[in-house]
Design a protein around this ligand. Structure first.
Ligand SMILES: CC(C)(COP(=O)(O)OP(=O)(O)OC[C@H]1O[C@@H](n2cnc3c(N)ncnc32)[C@H](O)[C@@H]1OP(=O)(O)O)[C@@H](O)C(=O)NCCC(=O)NCCS
Length: 168
């Protein structure tokens, strides 16, 4: 198992979020944001659960380096409250199973909260890495869907779902 841990997003993590705001990382999620948007996003992440934020974590290597973000937040999906999950890993650290391990740790956190049965992820159909993370982490593919992200823009995504109440 890949050694990785997740740590609650904190005030020192703005630099990491700036590094994650690169064109190659934001390619499937609307492109890079302005620095003002990144700072506002960071402040929401630090504040914790609330509108458009949620439970956000950094992905931390055994030597303490922070190499990614992962988290979950509430949304309504087909009339039912669920969690949505999202993740990103710095390019130099991709392809080593870090996202999958971080997602599994985040699923455990959501499960322990005991609030919702379903966690969903909606990677673009043309994002093989993120669809690979869903598959490897044990999500079930429900099929393609039209998903609005960023707000006002529809994209063709896969709807993946994880049962937080299933025995593990
Ligand atoms: C998606 C992302 C977080 C994956 O990070 P990662 O740490 O490289 O992922 P993992 O190493 O855990 O890979 C998990 C599986 O995904 C697949 N995968 C990973 N990168 C892939 C790629 N570039 N092409 C095809 N499949 C890929 C692999 O099948 C891998 O399984 P394997 O170990 O059996 O080969 C990373 O590519 C990223 O930050 N992308 C930009 C941000 C993004 O798109 N976020 C998701 C928005 S929904």
């Amino acid at each position: 198992m890949t050694e990785v841990r997740i740590a609650r997003w904190d005030a020192d993590d703005l630099d990491l979020l700036r590094r994650l705001n690169a064109p190659e990382i934001r390619d499937h999620t609307g492109g890079p944001e302005t620095d003002e948007q990144v700072v506002a996003r960071h402040e929401r992440y630090v504040r914790g659960p609330g509108p458009r934020s949620g439970h956000m974590f950094t992905v931390v290597l055994p030597d303490g380096r922070k190499v990614g973000s992962v988290g979950y937040w509430e949304r309504v999906w087909h009339g039912e409250p669920v969690y949505e999950m999202g993740w990103a890993i710095l390019p130099a650290h991709q392809g080593r199973g870090l996202a999958t391990a971080a997602v599994l740790a985040t699923v455990s956190d959501a499960r322990a909260r005991g609030q919702h049965r379903w966690a969903h992820a909606y990677p673009s159909v043309d994002n093989p890495a993120s669809n690979g993370v869903c598959r490897k982490a044990g999500f079930t593919l429900l099929g393609p869907t039209e998903f609005e992200y960023p707000p006002g823009r529809l994209m063709r995504s896969n709807d993946w779902r994880f049962d937080l109440t299933a025995p593990h």
